[in-house]
Design a protein around this ligand. Structure first.
Ligand SMILES: Nc1ncnc2c1ncn2[C@@H]1O[C@H](COP(=O)(O)OP(=O)(O)OP(=O)(O)O)[C@@H](O)[C@H]1O
Length: 227
């Protein structure tokens, strides 16, 4: 079976040739097998978010190849890239990035409608996901009316709304207090394991990283196996 995600010889330079040139990635390689949950640990500024954005088709590498589900997607046009991202990749950020004017339920329904689901299917799935993370009783509330932990649980549901094969998370519990972070992280790991998702999860927390199948480091612009 082919890798769910494969990055080959990825380089990323910001402001190339200008005084502010930053060479962030210098030949990063990474592959994730189906069902594998991988931690990405890196010092601040090492290029972890840059790598996740490239893996999530939110940004293009300066050079190198990106494959999703065995298909080389490096040179895809914007429309196909957006469609592939919407159906195959779930993204969770450190800050939830939920749409403030919509309810928790609507935040999970909207990406499904954009992906072609019917209202009923989308609502049923959204309610099922909210119940799974224990926030269904808050379905009709807007993000500002929810606690930080609840907001992040809703963001998990949104990331899983279209049943992606790959979940990318950039310090998904980094803005929560340690106790809430542990509980919310537990929910995320349960969800990932239950659904058989492949995941790449960036975290500064070594204890959380140790609970994943494999740990990778980003340092000096390359990806190396962790201990
Ligand atoms: N658009 C940009 N233009 C110029 N430099 C950038 C840009 N985006 C990121 N950088 C620089 O690239 C480097 C890597 O950034 P990135 O956000 O990937 O780091 P990170 O490992 O995720 O850090 P943190 O853990 O602090 O979020 C940093 O030095 C950052 O300043």
């Amino acid at each position: 079976m082919s890798e769910v995600l494969k990055l080959e010889k990825i380089e990323k330079v910001y402001n190339r040739g200008e005084p502010g040139e930053v060479f962030v990635l210098k030949g990063a390689d990474l592959a994730i097998a189906p069902g594998e949950v991988v931690a990405l640990v890196a010092p601040s500024g090492a290029g972890k978010s840059t790598l996740l954005h490239i893996a999530g088709l939110l940004d293009a590498p300066s050079t190198g190849r990106v494959s999703i589900g065995g298909e080389d997607v490096t040179d895809l046009g914007d429309r196909r890239r957006t469609a592939l991202r919407r159906s195959n990749i779930g993204f969770i950020y450190q800050f939830h990035h939920l749409l403030p004017e919509f309810t928790a339920l609507e935040n999970i329904v909207l990406p499904q409608l954009a992906n072609g689901a019917s209202q009923k299917t989308a609502r049923d799935r959204a309610m099922m996901l909210l119940a799974r993370v224990g926030v269904d009783h808050r379905a009709g509330h807007r993000p500002a009316e929810l606690s930080g932990g609840e907001q992040q649980r809703v963001a998990f549901c949104r990331a899983l709304a279209n049943a992606p094969e790959l979940l990318l998370a950039d310090e998904p519990t980094g803005n929560l207090d340690p106790e809430t972070s542990d509980r919310v992280f537990e929910t995320l790991m349960d969800l990932v394991r239950e659904t058989g998702l492949s995941a790449l999860i960036a975290t500064h927390n070594h204890a959380l990283a140790a609970r994943m199948d494999r740990v990778l480091h980003v340092d000096g612009g390359v990806v190396t196996p962790g201990s």
